[in-house]
Design a protein around this ligand. Structure first.
Ligand code: ADP
Length: 543
């Protein structure tokens, strides 16, 4: 027997309509290249999104067409998110930090018809324009006065287009399974792969993100996403924050600027901020140097790569800020697990608390997970056994865009292999030990580079640390620790290696330490182990 309930479509349009009606007065504050502090309401955002939808319809953009963006987090990018997806087209966010060839490959693969850009990306687009045959229009996100020199390109001005457009655009009824947005994985090996998000998946994950044991979002919170809107929908914040009516604060092009972030937080009374560890490290370093304490921030959500316990402690002890560790992937829209302490956390011994806190957390409702051994058999959730982490759920990619016919992204039982290696404890707290390709295999035993890096960065003389495997005549591979010293510090290798004593088994301690000036980062702000492995390919350890 079927239930007798209505069948409301889970679309981004439904989020927009709810947010507009119930929370229309709420604020969106942005830093942009033109304005140090732009502010307006959700209602104004959606009115402009309607104007944009009229503009796109006028340009012949229809359901399923791809509209790409190369833009920072600000109010105009929000308008594009909603204006494109709610009109039935697909908002294809592109990471401007990708190599130019990758970027061209992605635009051509997605067959983008319109590209919407922040003015500062014009030189990049001008260079690539001849290689982008599917592109019909380039719209620049600024006013007529701020339009950059066209460089021989045909450009449209966003504000001029909006000023002449109809604000009464009627949102079409959409199928909740229709595609809403598109994001390519950065593809460290092979070509990038497109993950095509549906309206339904976006609504479900946004709902899950807002829950109390996840990001705990509400109209009483002020949210600062320092995670870019060009990567995995800024961890769903553009939808999840608006769904509950939170005030949204957007850093624009100033994402990596500690001082701007600290000022935004204090002056806009930000309570929750989200970002990758490298962003928070910049902020924490700035705050220490400036002798400042954050005034209103209560929580940070950290993911994208492992957050060291030392960073969590620094946030807590210096600023009274609690850090939630989260794990996800482009293919997971991106949330997989979220770390909120269990009810008995305070009564646990210190070591158990630390272990639990450093873990990537429990799966949120909607995500199932398991770890499997080399034979594909499921491993126990005992916190010790480690294996390939697999997940499934309604916001996990089932195939990649335009590869549907070639291969599913999952196995016969519907499990997606994350490419991560993990342990899971009896309560479902999952700890990533490594990416499969970063695991160090020493004499048949596996060494977790993440565990070693977390110990290294807890040393006060270490600013950044990475551990890679290098060839060894006897053990096949041994860990090499690469360190960027803290400002003004000149630590010795022995001093840093001493920090490992008693924290990991002797044979896991890195064989050597090399000091480097900068840590190479990927386009998504993670340490680029690929670059480090290339740089140290000839490195030889003593036998
Ligand atoms: P890319 O690295 O290409 O930007 P993703 O953003 O999808 O792609 O990266 C997903 C990967 O990032 C995961 O598979 C995992 O290896 C890593 N990751 C994400 N969050 C964490 C975390 N909290 N701890 C450790 N690794 C993480």
């Amino acid at each position: 027997m079927q239930g007798l309930m209505m069948d409301g479509a889970l679309t981004i349009t439904s989020v927009l309509e709810h947010a507009e009606r119930i929370h229309g007065h709420q604020e969106i504050v942005s830093v942009t290249a033109e304005s140090p502090r732009h502010r307006y309401t959700y209602r104004e955002c959606f009115a402009r999104a309607r104007r944009l939808a009229s503009v796109l319809a006028g340009l012949g953009i229809g359901p399923g067409d791809r509209v790409a963006t190369l833009a920072w987090n600000d109010y105009r990018h929000m308008e594009v998110y909603y204006g494109v997806a709610c009109s039935g087209a697909i908002c294809h966010t592109i990471n401007p930090r990708l190599f130019a060839e990758q970027l061209a490959w992605i635009v051509n693969h997605a067959e983008d018809r319109v590209l919407v850009i922040d003015p500062m990306f014009l030189p990049l687009v001008a260079k690539l324009r001849p290689q982008l045959p599917t592109l019909e229009q380039v719209i620049v996100l600024c006013s007529e006065a701020a339009m950059p020199a066209a460089d021989g390109l045909e450009l449209l001005c966003y504000e001029t287009l909006l000023a002449g457009a109809d604000e009464d655009f009627a949102w079409p009824a959409l199928d909740e399974r229709a595609a809403a947005s598109l994001c390519y994985t950065s593809g460290t090996t092979g070509h990038p792969k497109g993950v095509l998000y549906s309206h339904r998946a976006m609504v479900l994950i946004s709902w899950a993100c807002g829950l109390p044991d996840a990001m705990n979002l509400s109209a009483r919170e002020v949210v600062l996403p320092v995670v870019p809107m060009f990567h995995v929908n800024a961890w769903s914040i553009p939808y999840s924050a608006l769904m509950v009516g939170a005030k949204l604060v957007m850093p624009g092009p100033k994402m990596g600027d500690g001082e701007t972030l600290a000022n935004l937080m204090d002056e806009e009374a930000v309570t929750v901020a989200l970002g990758v560890p490298t962003v928070w490290q910049g902020l924490l370093e700035f705050l220490e140097q400036a002798g400042r304490r954050l005034k209103t921030l209560k929580r940070t959500v950290v993911g994208g790569s492992a957050c060291p316990l030392s960073m969590m402690e620094q946030f807590e002890q210096r600023h009274g800020v609690w850090t939630h560790h989260a794990w996800g992937m482009t293919e997971l829209s991106p949330l997989g697990t979220y770390n909120t302490p269990p009810p008995d956390y305070d009564s646990l011994p210190r070591e158990a608390r630390d272990r639990l806190r450093a873990s990537q957390g429990q799966p949120v409702y909607g995500v199932e997970m398991k770890i499997v051994g080399p034979d594909g058999q499921a491993l126990p959730w005992d916190g010790k056994a480690f294996g390939a982490l697999k997940v499934r759920g309604p916001w996990v990619a089932s195939s990649y865009y335009r590869m549907e016919g070639e291969s599913a992204a999952h196995d016969a039982e519907g499990w997606f292999d994350t490419g991560d290696v993990a342990t899971i404890d009896p309560r479902g707290y999952m700890t990533i030990t490594d990416r499969t390709k970063d695991v160090i295999k020493s004499g048949g035993e596996w060494i977790s580079s993440i565990e070693l890096e977390n110990i290294a960065v807890s040393h006060p003389a270490v600013s950044r640390a990475a551990v890679i495997g290098v060839a060894h005549p006897k053990w096949d591979e041994r860990p090499l620790l690469l360190v960027v010293p803290a400002a003004g510090a000149q630590p010795s290798a022995e001093e840093i290696l001493a920090a490992f004593e008693g924290k990991v088994a002797r044979w896991m301690i890195p064989d050597a330490v090399e000091f480097i000036e900068d840590m190479p980062l990927t386009a998504t702000g993670k340490i680029s182990k690929l670059t480090l492995r290339e740089r140290f390919a000839e490195y030889r350890l003593e036998g």
